[in-house]
Design a binder for this molecule. Structure first.
Ligand code: ATP
Ligand code: LTN
Length: 325
């Protein structure tokens, strides 16, 4: 099965990115035909610093590798290194109705948040995402829940294209983890954990042990001190239980049983120790990779070559079908 996914180089990746997306990628690379991308063209649709963009791209690439992506099992590359992404985005833009773009929740949220910088790229963001996916005739896209709406749009475009120009694309499916499709902010459990709102609500995947402990210990919970999963009434502790379950491979029921009669303090202490233990090897691996840019860039170059080969082939077919040369 052909798999594609990507993350914007907009900041340090966090538990949400890992549990929602990357953890699935690591499992998929074992059996499937996978491409994973650093989507730098998407990152510049919201305010960014051109002086540090390359550092962020490098950092995210190291994070992918440190988290467990293996260049022998999948292709890793930077979006802007494969120009066909922008060509296909332009072509798909001619068949996407404007109304569909305006309806996207992410567009509404981000344009509200950055009201001083609402550029056409932000509106067109899902077209580029559709191009990323369709360029490789992708069959499944492992993502967190917040990206499902963009995938719906991708599916609509693929269907429209196939109808208009003849069957070309496979209609890609979203692939959500059973648990962890949305990890919530630790300070506001009604909001998703997000790179751009880092601070106390967001735990970085490579964060140092002291910070992890501090953030978990001060995570928002309710006042009844009972460790029980109830997404509606106890969203804070339920979010922490989800994180605990995913890192310990225990079910939520087992964890509730283990902590029966104990207080939030004990549970939080245990959770921070678990996270520190599980994340330590990733942190060390990332530090090593950051010291070895030649290795990382050679992996990305190889990935871009592999991706380009596939992309060029699809583009020949698409230009042909659309009456272009
Ligand atoms: P930004 O704040 O810059 O928008 P982000 O933290 O929302 O960043 P993205 O780069 O948009 O992260 O997302 C990368 C991947 O991680 C996507 O597949 C997305 O669905 C997933 N993801 C992001 N946040 C979460 C979350 N809180 N829980 C689960 N999955 C998430
Ligand atoms: N919009 C996605 C990032 C992204 C993506 C993709 C994900 C860009 N292109 C293609 C999957 C497939 C986000 O997480 N913000």
């Amino acid at each position: 099965m052909k798999i594609f996914s990507g993350i914007r180089p907009t900041g340090d990746i966090h538990l949400g990115n890992y549990l929602g997306a990357i953890k699935q990628w690591i499992e998929l690379q074992e059996k499937e035909d996978c491409l994973f991308c650093v989507v730098d063209w998407h990152a510049i649709t919201t305010p960014y610093d051109e002086k540090t963009l390359q550092d962020k791209i490098f950092d995210l690439s190291c994070s992918y590798l440190a988290a467990g992506l293996d260049p022998k099992k999948c292709s890793l590359f930077i979006q802007s290194q494969v120009k066909e992404h922008s060509e296909l985005a332009w072509l798909l833009g001619t068949i996407i109705p404007l109304g569909e773009l305006k309806r996207m929740t992410q567009f509404k949220d981000k344009s509200q948040k950055h009201s001083e910088y609402i550029n056409a790229g932000l509106l067109n963001y899902p077209i580029l995402m559709a191009a990323d996916i369709l360029l490789y005739k992708t069959e499944a896209v492992p993502i967190g829940k917040d990206q499902v709406q963009h995938l719906e749009l991708t599916r609509n475009v693929a269907e429209k294209f196939n109808k208009k120009y003849g069957k070309t694309f496979i209609i890609p499916k979203p692939m959500l983890p059973k648990q962890g499709a949305v990890i919530m902010s630790l300070t506001d459990p009604n909001k998703k954990m997000s790179k751009s709102d880092d601070g106390k609500g967001c735990i970085g995947l490579f964060e140092n042990p002291k910070e992890i402990e501090k953030k978990i210990m001060s995570a928002t919970t309710d006042s009844d001190n009972e460790i029980r999963y109830d997404l509606e009434k106890k969203s804070g502790i339920s979010n922490l239980l989800t994180i605990y379950s995913l890192f310990s491979n225990q079910t939520i029921k087992q964890i509730e049983k283990e902590f029966k009669g104990k207080g939030y303090g004990d549970f939080k202490k245990s959770l921070s120790q678990l996270l520190i233990k599980k994340l330590e090897p990733l942190r060390i691996k990332k530090q090593d990779l950051m010291k070895n840019p030649d290795l990382v860039y050679s992996i990305l170059d190889k990935g871009a070559k592999e991706a380009r080969k596939k992309a060029e082939q699809t583009m020949i077919e698409i230009r042909n079908k659309m009456g272009l040369k």
